[in-house]
Design a protein around this ligand. Structure first.
Ligand code: 1CP
Length: 335
């Protein structure tokens, strides 16, 4: 069993952070400066292994998350993906034919370095640490594929749902997500996280078709073949629909965002589902005592449940390294 899960079941409050390998770390910046092209960086075995391990070296987190990106899937299929400083991801025109015609073997070959990075990292990571692989959820990937950049307003959602190609694309994306999960498991990850960063754009009516059902199908397929691999779901921004999400999708771990009410989670979510995260990254910029109180608030709330400490979203790039050290100490010293 993954150590992350084992420790959470033993009520040891394991900790890792979304975007723990990233821009707030000076040692990351040093590597990033030499890697101008972000996708090439993600596929550079030496550099990506190095930055995956950096936060473990510095903070002794319980898990490493592989340094990659959810947009490696459209890239692997052959859609152009670029990252522009201060804008974010920019994708080329979506081409349904390309999505229909890309073969599994070609896709795997194009991003095979991700799997080599996993193998390499597993060798260097101590046995008592988990190694998390990840993918974007079908809906979130579809949003980037069709919108070609981050969706800045909710109207993007309507356009995507109305797009004639969206249902066909969703199915194909789902297939490649499964392939990418399977290859990551074969390469050595012991846990999978599904990031559904844009689930919150969907209204109640569309959540089922675009979020719950495709995610459920992927989980059933992974679980059938790899029952020992726990799956963490992060359907960001769906508020009380989280209850329905858990009933239908049945994740092993539910990662909650900072808008989620912990009391609602305690009352409404199956107690067999492990809870992860919750604290707003905003607390990383408050007074030390205020942040510590919030950390203890979450640890106390979930003290009778299996809980993995994490944030409600990724570590912002402006975060001070000392603040993260404080956070880790507070979680480790909690009784
Ligand atoms: O300039 C830089 O150095 C690049 C910044 C960066 C990093 C460090 C990007 C660009 N991606 C990543 C790595 C990354 N992305 C990881 C692995 C590292 C870790 O977590 O420690 C993971 C898990 C992701 C996942 C990811 N990428 C998500 C889901 C999580 C979330 O933030 O909601 C999303 C939406 C992306 C797309 C993406 N990648 C990068 C940017 C700037 C964006 C756009 C985010 C947005 O649209 O708001």
């Amino acid at each position: 069993m993954s150590t992350l899960i084992k420790k959470s079941l033993k009520k040891e409050n394991p900790i890792w952070l979304m975007r723990q390998a990233g821009r707030y770390l000076p040692e990351y910046q040093k590597v990033r400066k030499k890697q101008k092209d972000f996708i090439k960086f993600c596929l550079n075995i030496k550099a990506a292994t190095k930055v995956t391990l950096q936060p473990i070296k510095r903070y002794d987190f319980d898990a490493a998350i592989i340094f990659s990106d959810i947009l490696i899937i459209p890239y692997g299929i052959g859609q152009e993906v670029k990252f522009e400083e201060s804008i974010g991801p920019i994708l080329g025109k979506p081409n349904l034919k390309l999505y229909q015609q890309t073969k599994k073997g070609k896709f795997i070959k194009k991003i095979e370095n991700v799997y080599k990075i996993i193998k390499n990292t597993r060798k260097k990571l101590s046995k008592d640490k988990s190694l998390i692989g990840f993918v974007g959820s079908p809906w979130t990937i579809l949003v980037y594929v069709l919108n070609q950049k981050s969706p800045k307003e909710i109207s993007v959602c309507k356009k995507i749902i109305k797009n004639k190609k969206s249902k066909q694309l969703l199915k194909i994306i789902e297939k490649f997500i499964y392939i990418h999960i399977e290859q990551q498991i074969k390469a050595g990850v012991d846990t999978i996280q599904l990031f559904d960063s844009w689930a919150g754009l969907l209204n109640k009516k569309d959540l089922n078709y675009f979020c719950f059902q495709p995610t459920k199908r992927i989980i059933i397929k992974v679980r059938k073949k790899y029952p020992h691999i726990p799956i963490i779901c992060f359907p960001k921004g769906i508020k009380t629909s989280i209850k329905k999400f858990c009933k239908i999708v049945k994740p092993n771990v539910l990662s909650i965002d900072s808008k989620m009410n912990p009391n609602f989670v305690l009352k409404e979510i199956d107690p067999n589902i492990i809870i992860q995260g919750g604290m707003s990254p905003g607390f990383l910029f408050k007074r030390k005592s205020e942040m510590q109180n919030k950390i203890k608030f979450y640890l106390n709330k979930f003290k009778n449940r299996a809980y993995i400490f994490n944030l409600g979203h990724g570590v912002p790039k402006e975060t001070k390294t000392n603040t993260i050290q404080n956070l880790v100490n507070t979680v480790r010293n909690f009784k």
